[in-house]
Ligand binder design. Structure first.
Ligand SMILES: Nc1nc2c(ncn2[C@@H]2O[C@H](COP(=O)(O)OP(=O)(O)O)[C@@H](O)[C@H]2O)c(=O)[nH]1
Ligand SMILES: [Mg+2]
Length: 337
């Protein structure tokens, strides 16, 4: 999936030809890079299956798959579903060796991850201006993701504007300002401790007056209490709705893949407070537990729209179930991993 396809409201005709060309060029090495970025998760699966894989496709191998998936944070329900389907297919196709077995495993995982409607994984920026509210616990990668997202939108010919509504810490505003500077987009901010709802109000007004077409709002991930945080987010959401009917058009919840089941619990809370339309799963480059994507799909019913696979500007990717499953579970040469 190319970036202009990720966004609902970006027409291919509006994207500078040089950017399209670059995307196509990038695409050739993308899978390789994804596999390298997901190396930890991939190696964990390899190590988990190694001893059993070379013996043959038998009871022991399926048990090993089960253990490996559980260890990768796939979750019990997802694991049972995947292993059952895998056994069924292996029997039906009389699969007896390593390569086709891994192929089948990757296919089954990809199917488990596939959205019912591929459109639901896209990010809607078709309104003018569009509002993207970004929420999540501190340290999950909200501000970084906003920088990366603004960068992509700008490349595609959009005019993003970022709003520093995490007013709880001065450093948070500075960090967003740094990203805005790097990306070359406008930022709306106020002093530390200001009312986030007021900053958001300013941000939306500024977007209209300055002709920005995508407003991305950074929010606090920690307050004195969790209840306060959820109340604040609800308030921010109400301010947006009142000022701009139909907005926010997207509410992205940022989750840190390394936090496992804990991340899932957080997600439930945010889901209740604000109407989450998509998940950004970050730090997949730093974890052996890439299977969390399956657990998210099975338990939350919210599509993963983007994944973070590093700290650099270009380390944000559309979530492509097929490529993701193949990068972690698929066979293929190990060099460069
Ligand atoms: N390895 C890795 N680090 C990330 C990723 N996304 C964010 N980070 C890092 O996580 C830390 C917290 O990110 P930040 O954006 O400040 O989180 P926030 O508190 O939610 O705004 C920073 O050091 C980021 O560089 C990712 O996809 N991979
Ligand atoms: Mg932040």
């Amino acid at each position: 999936m190319e970036w202009h396809e990720v966004f609902k409201g970006v027409a291919e005709a509006d994207v500078p030809p040089a950017v399209l060309e670059e995307e196509r060029e990038e695409r050739k090495s993308l899978f390789r890079r994804l596999r390298r970025n997901l190396g930890k998760a991939r190696h964990a699966v390899r190590d988990g299956l190694r001893s059993a894989l070379y013996v043959g496709v038998d009871r022991r191998l399926f048990e090993q798959v089960e253990e490996t998936l559980i260890a990768a944070d796939v979750g019990v329900d997802g694991t049972i579903k995947i292993v059952d389907e895998l056994e069924r297919r292996c029997t039906a196709k009389k699969i007896e060796s390593r390569e086709p077995f891994l192929e089948e495993l990757a296919t089954v995982v990809a199917q488990t991850l596939a959205p019912d409607d591929p459109d639901e994984q896209r990010i809607d920026v078709s309104a003018d201006p569009s509002v993207i509210l970004v929420v999540g616990v501190n340290g999950t990668g909200k501000t970084t993701t906003i920088g990366k997202l603004a960068h992509r939108l700008k490349q595609l010919g959009k005019t993003p504007l970022v709003v520093a509504a995490d007013t709880f810490r001065a450093a948070a505003v500075e960090q967003l300002a740094e990203w805005a500077g790097r990306v070359g987009c406008e930022i709306v901010k106020q002093d530390e401790g200001s009312d986030p709802a007021a900053v958001v109000y300013d941000g939306l007004a500024a977007a209209r007056s300055r002709g920005a077409d995508v407003v991305i709002i950074d929010t606090a991930g920690r307050l004195h209490t969790q209840v306060n945080l959820m109340r604040e987010l609800e308030k921010v959401r109400r301010v947006i709705e009142r000022q701009m009917p139909g907005a926010p058009h997207e509410t992205l919840l940022v989750l840190d893949a390394t936090t496992g089941q804990n991340g899932l619990r957080q997600a439930q809370e945010f889901k209740q407070a604000v109407d989450v339309t998509g998940i950004v799963l970050t730090k997949l480059d730093g974890t052996a537990k890439g299977g969390i994507v399956v657990a998210i799909r099975e338990t939350l019913g919210i599509p993963i729209k983007l994944i973070g696979v590093g700290e650099k500007l270009e380390d944000l990717r559309p979530f492509e179930p097929e490529a993701f499953a193949r990068a972690i579970f698929g066979d293929g040469e190990e060099e460069g991993d």
